[in-house]
Write a protein that binds this ligand. Structure first.
Ligand SMILES: [Zn+2]
Length: 392
């Protein structure tokens, strides 16, 4: 009996230690393994490149920073984005997307909607509030709340929900203030928890971009990496119409080709592909056809070029610059933007503080100063000023 009691005490103590260790070191270890900066950054930017870079208004369409267990306001040696590094890199406008479900065994070819979910585990290890256990909507709202809390604690970070607010931050930057505008978006509208009323609730919480799918088919329609390849469902049609009427920008990144086609036929507003590469440049399952990209671009849409190898078929900054140059040449200058996917469980050659390396690589590709200004942020800012709701 005594031996058994000792054994049980030992097992209990060991289990407690493991749990304490998971909660203490788990979040950091998880992120270190997921969001890595590695690969050739390229040549050190010259003095004239740095001068040009410092004069750019830079914007990025996709970063999942709010998913991770660290303050955006503190400089970190893990992950790819935080406010101090944004200021170092001269970032002006960052779309922050909220991931709410990610299937275990996630891959670019085929994922089941019924597969286990990695975010449930992440939420547990990172001690998210209880309501995020069973509600994807609560997960999006929790990440939004984190952003609003960060912005409240720093004058250098402003959550932007209207064209006027964006103009205000840009004017402050123009006058020399070090400050960044952040916008909120969903990654996959399973975050609605199947309830159209939640579009209004997310809008009220500041969300201004919504992507329709992520890695699996959902109630709105088929994913590019799902099992059905289906188009928009009736629920999906209603959701898109309601988002569009509210002034929410629609992101078709990760959506099936049929969903993209259906959305193009359903609404007149220009679409966003927030993080992607180009099939004609990098023939991978992650990238939709150039034909669809042409239709999106012709309608005034915006295409954010991703920074990770599965999107641009290369692990260095030159590969990102190649994809951008291909995009400009093939789809026109106005359509091309940055869509890093930073902190989205990807390895990238540059973090946000390294953006001058990209400016340098674009110039080396032969892009003109005007083209560099447009793709680094000018296009996204023009698009946002046109598409965001106005307060007057
Ligand atoms: Zn993504």
């Amino acid at each position: 009996m005594t031996a058994i009691r000792y054994l049980l005490t030992f097992i209990t103590a060991a289990s407690l230690l493991v749990i304490v260790a998971i909660y203490t070191f788990g979040p950091e270890a998880l992120e270190r393994a997921q969001n890595r900066v590695a690969g050739d950054k390229g040549a050190e930017p010259s003095e004239s490149t740095q001068t040009l870079h410092a004069s750019l208004e830079i914007a990025d369409l996709h970063a999942d920073t709010l998913l991770w267990y660290r303050s955006m306001l503190e400089r970190s040696d893990r992950g790819q984005v935080d406010l101090p590094r944004m200021l170092d890199g001269n970032m002006a406008v960052q779309m922050l997307t909220t991931v709410t479900k990610s299937p275990s065994g996630q891959n670019y070819d085929s994922n089941s909607a019924e597969a286990g979910d990695n975010i449930t585990l992440l939420a547990l290890v990172q001690r998210w509030p209880l309501q995020t256990r069973n509600s994807l909507f609560a997960r999006a709202m929790y990440q939004a709340e984190r952003l609003h809390d960060f912005a409240e604690d720093s004058e250098a970070l402003t959550v932007v929900t209207s064209a006027e607010e964006l103009k205000y931050v840009l004017a402050a930057r123009e006058s020399g203030q070090e400050t960044v505008a952040a916008l909120l978006g969903t990654e996959g509208s399973h975050a609605l928890d199947g309830d159209l009323d939640n579009i209004q609730h997310l809008f009220d919480a500041g969300f201004r971009m919504m992507s329709l799918q992520h890695f699996f088919d959902n109630k709105l329609g088929g994913s590019l990496h799902g099992e059905s390849n289906a188009g928009l469902t009736e629920f999906g049609r209603q959701a898109v119409l309601s988002m569009d009427a509210m002034g929410i920008m629609i992101d078709v990144s990760h959506s099936s080709p049929q969903v993209v086609d259906d959305v193009l036929n359903l609404i007149d507003s220009p679409l966003i592909v927030s993080h992607t590469g180009f099939k004609g440049h990098c023939n991978r399952k992650r990238n939709i056809s150039d034909d669809l990209m042409h239709r999106i671009a012709e309608r005034g849409g915006l295409i954010g070029v991703g920074f990770w190898s599965e999107a641009v078929c290369g692990e260095d900054t030159d590969a990102i610059a190649d994809a951008i140059a291909y995009g400009v040449q093939t789809f026109g200058l106005d359509a091309i933007a940055l869509g890093s996917d930073w902190d989205g469980a990807v390895t990238t050659p540059i973090a946000v503080n390294d953006l001058a390396f990209l400016t340098s690589a674009l110039l080396a590709r032969g892009l003109t100063e005007e083209q560099v200004r447009a793709v680094m942020g000018g296009n996204t800012i023009r698009y946002f000023l046109n598409q965001l709701p106005t307060t007057d």
